[in-house]
Design a protein around this ligand. Structure first.
Ligand code: CTP
Length: 447
């Protein structure tokens, strides 16, 4: 296949390769990137060159491999490569590479490039499960993410030997998709530019007393992936975050919340001038009817053990739909052409049972909630909660149905926005309406 020029022209990519067995997959990623028309310079570490020979990378990239700080020193390669790159991607990123990057070491060309890069940096870790789960590695990953570096979750599956678990390098096609997103030159480009979107993520906690709460197992990964994908596609993103177990992306506005009521207030406030709201959070349907001011204690008499009485929380998603309909009735809330704003999407975590299949429950929930899109997620045994991957069906209010087979939550996030973007084209961006109103009445911004 001959290289095709990517939208926005070819970009300069540095592909760092660290010394792990998955280094052979870097050759496939390299081919994906060059076939997308990008100019790729490969920077292998000394250990990577023990796994894959320089000739392979040079033949596939059509360029000299940059392997040390001393070759071509007159061009100061560590500064030139980092400064001129549009993206630095390291695949595989070993535990050692993550540690050196996190602590700012500069003991070879690749770590020098990482320190001089001002462009987006993407690291795709691969290592044994025990290494990946080691607190030192996790702390390094958290540190890198807190600085805006994108660190992909490793895939789960067969590792070098007979063992399996999280630690596999994600498939080269998935890493290439993440590269395209960061380059902003994928087929999607900035198709959410000028849009304001709200994503709720995580799980709410309903306090019983100052130390105990009713909660759920949602990690917030899917919501965070949705927020990151929208930001990469050019949207202004408000992330209403309930107890996330993963870091929020760097380029989004985060509104932390605890309970369902706090989440409702934050979402409703942000939705007022939003084009789309995606409710990915696991919102508690019930909260304890009373919250003890001090820690609930045992007494000697088991007959006096407390009984928790629950009361219903509002349904935030259904409330958004009702408020939109009411605003339309009152002549507001509509984008251009009488279309509805905001576009509203919900999630449904379902299991099949004797009353119906997962799909049947999903369709019923879509009708009940009245939103525009329902992301239907089969949960159970290792599926959905806390995992890095997800398999969903996107149910549209117009009867459309699209299956997204098991993929990373980043891929699912892009599929959700792919489904929402056509719905958004029918409505005027909220920001444009706000600007128009402000022009009409500079004092108040009111029309
Ligand atoms: N949701 C919400 N407010 C609630 C409960 C859920 O906005 N109080 C939203 C979730 O964010 C999600 C969707 O509704 O987008 C579906 O959540 P789910 O828990 O599957 O549905 P429920 O409405 O709670 O229905 P049920 O548990 O009865 O199946």
């Amino acid at each position: 296949m001959s290289p095709t020029a990517p939208p926005g022209g070819p970009r300069r990519v540095v592909l760092g390769v660290a010394g792990g067995i998955a280094a052979y997959k870097a050759a496939l990623l390299l081919r994906e990137l060059t076939e997308s028309g990008h100019e790729v310079t490969v920077v292998p570490t000394a250990a990577a060159e023990r796994f894959v020979g320089r000739a392979t990378f040079e033949a596939l990239s059509g360029r000299r491999v940059a392997h040390d700080v001393w070759t071509g020193a007159e061009e100061v390669p560590h500064v030139r490569l980092g400064r001129h790159a549009d993206l630095v991607v390291v695949a595989p990123a070993t535990a050692d590479l993550l540690a050196r990057a996190a602590h700012g070491l500069a003991d070879d060309l690749l770590t020098n490039v990482l320190l001089t890069a001002t462009c987006p940096v993407l690291l795709a870790p691969a290592m044994h499960t025990e290494m990946w789960l080691n607190p030192a590695v996790q702390a390094n990953v958290a540190l890198l993410r807190s600085r805006g570096v994108t660190v992909l979750e490793p895939a789960s599956g067969r590792l070098t030997g007979a063992d399996s678990g999280p630690g596999r390098l994600p498939e080269p096609a998935e890493i290439a998709a993440a590269c395209r997103r960061l380059l902003g030159s994928g087929a999607r480009g900035h198709d959410l530019a000028g849009r304001r979107v709200v994503v709720s993520a995580g799980g709410t906690r309903e306090p019983l007393d100052p130390v105990r709460y009713l909660g759920n197992r949602s990690s917030g990964r899917q919501g965070v992936a949705l927020a990151a994908a929208a930001a990469a596609r050019g949207a202004h993103v408000t992330l209403v975050a309930a107890h996330l177990q993963v870091p929020a992306p760097a380029a989004v506005e985060v509104v932390p919340v605890g309970t369902a009521l706090e989440l409702r207030d934050a979402v409703v406030a942000a939705a007022a001038d939003a084009d789309a709201v995606v409710m990915a959070a696991a919102v508690a349907d019930f909260r304890p009817a009373t919250r003890a001011d001090s820690k609930i204690k045992k007494s000697d008499d088991p007959a006096r053990d407390p009984v928790v009485v629950l009361e219903r929380n509002p349904d935030v998603l259904a409330g958004l739909v009702t408020a939109r309909a009411a605003a339309q009735g009152a002549g507001g809330g509509a984008g251009g052409g009488g279309a509805r704003r905001p576009v509203i999407a919900g999630f449904a975590a379902e299991t099949g049972d004797e009353t119906g299949s997962v799909l049947e429950h999903g369709r019923a929930k879509l009708a009940r909630k009245g939103c525009d899109l329902l992301v239907l997620n089969e949960v159970g045994e290792g599926r959905g909660f806390g995992t890095a991957t997800n398999a969903v069906v996107l149910l549209g209010a117009d009867g459309t149905e699209r299956t997204v087979p098991e993929a990373s939550k980043d891929v699912v996030a892009d599929a959700v926005w792919d489904a929402l973007v056509p719905m958004l084209t029918a409505i005027t961006p909220a920001a444009d309406d706000a600007a128009e109103n402000a022009a009409e009445n500079p004092e108040t911004g009111a029309p």
